[in-house]
Design a protein around this ligand. Structure first.
Ligand code: FAD
Length: 320
């Protein structure tokens, strides 16, 4: 049966995050021929709406309000609830990002509905999501009520961007009141380069990297590949790098096309955050390291020899 599905267009630094387009692709499947409606909240977001149409939305609702400039749970949940009230969608899909993880349970609680979180695939009749730190997958089917779900970034392929698509873009007014929190300024850590959670290539370091200095060749390799640097908790705990780089059960969950694990043993809590990577390369001097069990390609060797060799080869390829 065809359905109306609302999709949250997540804005960051004035741009829609890629997961928003992935959520549209997911919504198309769920809608089963029905209507996919994009939703963009912010202070000045009208110019972003057409991108959701290009990626497959049939219609987009924008809500502009100075109180929506930065995410706050109160303001965003009030705005989303008013849109849901007005639209009465059958489904609402968000990215499984820090924002989506915070907002979606609030919406579920307000609607007294269930929530499917961190889905990696959609099958005809349900959502597939990892359980037990990625060791198994379960399928969840919603039999009644709102289909509320978050999808893991980088897992569902976006539809082809088509700038000839057109659709209605409507702006909606909402009433936002009694805010308990007001964000005055967002100060980001100065981590330049590619966003880890959306990177297509990640070069990740563990305790085997031995120092913050040891991360420099990993950064160089990542830069050459157009990727980002990640880390195990072992490396973060040892203060070789910032916790914002931590990948795993209590860090970021990533799904790049290529994950190069350098000096990482492959503890289950780390694997939980990267096992869905499309190709995994492990560099470890211990041939018995657990990481080799999930790696597509394993290099048994000293990372301080192997990484510079990779850098040299890549530079040679770039020159020729
Ligand atoms: P180690 O286990 O010490 O492994 C270092 C590896 O480097 C070894 O395999 C060694 O052979 C190799 N090595 C050493 N020198 C070299 C060299 N020169 N060249 C090549 N290889 C070398 N961990 C996470 O990563 N993310 C999480 O989110 C996370 N959450 C956790 C949550 C909980 C509740 C708990 C209890 C733990 C969590 N952990 C997490 C920690 C996890 O259990 C491991 O302790 C951690 O992942 C180990 O980090 P590591 O692989 O870098 O270090």
């Amino acid at each position: 049966m065809s359905k109306k599905v609302l999709v949250f267009g997540e804005v960051r630094d004035g741009e829609l995050r890629n997961v928003s387009y992935e959520a549209i692709a997911a919504a198309k499947q769920v809608a089963d021929g029905g209507e996919v409606v994009g939703l963009v909240l912010g202070e000045s977001v009208q110019n972003l709406a057409s991108n959701l149409i290009y990626y497959g939305a049939d219609r987009v609702i924008t809500v502009e309000d100075s109180q929506l400039k930065s995410y706050t749970p109160d303001a965003y949940s009030q705005a989303v609830m008013q849109v849901i009230d007005a639209e009465q969608p059958d489904g609402f899909i968000l990215g499984h990002t820090a924002l989506g993880k915070d907002l979606s349970p609030r919406i579920a609680a307000k609607l007294k509905s269930g929530l499917i979180s961190d889905a990696v695939r959609i099958e005809e009749d349900g959502f597939i999501r990892p359980i037990y730190s990625g060791k198994a997958f379960e399928k969840l089917v919603v039999n009644e009520g709102l289909i509320l779900a978050t999808i893991r970034p980088n897992n569902i392929t976006t539809l082809e961007k088509d700038e000839s698509r057109s659709g209605e873009i409507v702006s909606m007014n909402v009433e936002i009141k009694d805010l308990r929190t007001i964000v005055k300024e967002v100060i980001r850590k100065a981590v330049g380069g590619v966003d880890l959670s959306e990177a297509k290539i990640i070069v990740s370091g563990g305790r085997g990297v031995k120092s913050s200095e040891g991360f420099k060749p990993l950064q160089e390799l990542a830069d050459l590949l157009g990727g980002a640097v990640g880390a195990s908790r072992g490396a973060c705990d040892a203060e070789y790098c910032d916790y914002s780089l931590q990948i795993g059960q209590t860090g970021k969950v990533v799904t790049p096309d290529l994950y190069i694990a350098c000096g990482i043993s492959g503890a289950i809590q780390h694997v939980a955050g990267m096992s869905s990577s499309k190709v995994i390369v492990a560099i470890n001097k211990d041939p018995e390291a657990e990481i080799f069990k999930i790696a597509d390609y394993g290099i048994v060797g000293d990372l301080f020899e192997v990484v510079p060799m990779l850098i040299e080869e890549l530079k040679a390829i770039a020159v020729s």
